[in-house]
Design a protein around this ligand. Structure first.
Ligand SMILES: Nc1ncnc2c1ncn2[C@@H]1O[C@H](COP(=O)(O)OP(=O)(O)OP(=O)(O)O)[C@@H](O)[C@H]1O
Length: 349
């Protein structure tokens, strides 16, 4: 592959000390959908509640929380995938000092990797189709690969990828390695990782974790990593953020500020992070069992759009419906049924 000069990246203005700065973030999926006011957040539907998080450049933050606690939601907000608005004027979500959702300059400095790569929207968008198609690795995002030849080579070696692999012939773990390779080629300032190491073999996972430490120490990259797998993470993170099952912050800070971590270290505990996560999450689980409560599932918050309704965007929609829209649709159906009944009656007479 012939190297090419990379395009200059949009500049980020000086932003003070925090690469990530979240103030008073409250978020619900249903707020703002279909034109309803973003300012109205139903407290019963909140996924994230009044979160604050400040991370300096070069931090590596481990995001811990049970299933459904909102880790992916938080990462997607930071990745600019969800627009947030809060009644509280003090609230904001800033990445490198810029608005996480609106500022598109961030897309050149922020990398976001999750498990949905190549899995979604196959039928409608087509974006996921090539990832399973008969296409070799060296043909994917060719310009990007050619723009950073040294980094490309380093990642290929670290992830043990053959550039002639064809995407449709890969195992889950191999496809994940290609995703990570493509996602990390452009030197990022912010990296958001959502449980992407699940299918990696132990060696590649350890090498990747070590490589990430170098990226943060040598280039000042700021990393947030959400995971349920704690092997090899005992000394990885500089910060910890524990998200409770109520979408609130259970604990956050530098690792050295966490007392139980020091205690486990002194005891030479073999799996410190696992023990810490287990301690927090088990308390939640026991409380939930006592109250017989379950994690909210997506169905609780989402009503499926009617794909036959053009006003909702038809089949390509996939967006949420407000209560008003559902009521209006029900009314339309009832009116049509009443008219039909009258018509039938008059035909019978
Ligand atoms: N698109 C969506 N619309 C509505 N609700 C959603 C949507 N995505 C997630 N949720 C809900 O938000 C809550 C948090 O989900 P999220 O995926 O952020 O949790 P998580 O902490 O990443 O969970 P896990 O550890 O299982 O991956 C869950 O109750 C989920 O049902």
């Amino acid at each position: 592959m012939e190297p090419i000069q990379p395009k200059p990246l949009p500049e980020i203005p000086p932003y003070g000390e925090n690469a990530i700065d979240i103030q008073n973030l409250t978020f619900a999926y249903s707020a703002g959908s279909n034109g309803s006011s973003l300012d109205k957040i139903d407290p019963n539907k909140c996924i994230l509640r009044d979160l604050n998080l400040s991370l300096r450049k070069g931090s590596r933050c481990l995001l811990i929380g049970g299933n459904g606690s909102g880790k992916s939601t938080l990462l997607r907000i930071l990745a600019g995938r969800h627009l947030t608005k809060n009644p509280n004027p003090q609230s904001h979500v800033k990445v490198l000092g810029l608005h996480a959702f609106h500022d598109t300059r961030l897309n050149f400095h922020r990398a976001y990797l999750d498990c949905d790569w190549g899995m979604r929207n196959v039928a409608f968008v087509g974006a996921a189709v090539p990832l399973m198609a008969d296409i070799p690795v060296h043909k994917m995002m060719e310009r990007l690969q050619a723009s950073y030849p040294e980094r490309r080579q380093e990642l290929l070696e670290m992830l043990n990828i053959d550039i002639n692999w064809r995407m449709h012939q890969l195992s889950d773990g191999q496809r994940r390695r290609v995703q990570i390779f493509l996602g990390l080629i452009r030197p990022f300032q912010i990296l958001l990782l959502d449980e992407i190491t699940t299918s990696l073999d132990v060696c590649v996972r350890q090498d990747l974790l070590r490589w990430l430490v170098r990226e943060s120490e040598e280039r000042g990259a700021t990393i947030i990593y959400a995971t349920h797998i704690f092997d090899g993470l005992d000394d990885w993170a500089s910060h910890l953020f524990y998200l409770t099952n109520k979408g609130q912050c259970g604990w956050q800070g530098k690792m050295e500020e966490l007392e139980v971590y020091h205690k486990l270290k002194a005891e030479n505990h073999p799996c410190k992070m696992l023990a810490i996560a287990d301690h927090w999450l088990r308390a939640e689980l026991n409380e939930n069992r006592r109250l017989q409560q379950f994690e909210p599932a997506q169905g609780a918050a989402v009503r499926l759009p009617d794909p036959t309704d053009i006003s909702q965007g038809g089949y390509a929609s996939g967006r949420l419906q407000t209560d008003e829209e559902i009521a209006a649709r029900k009314q339309r159906h009832e009116r049509a049924a009443a008219l039909h009944a009258i018509k039938m009656q008059s035909m019978e007479q």
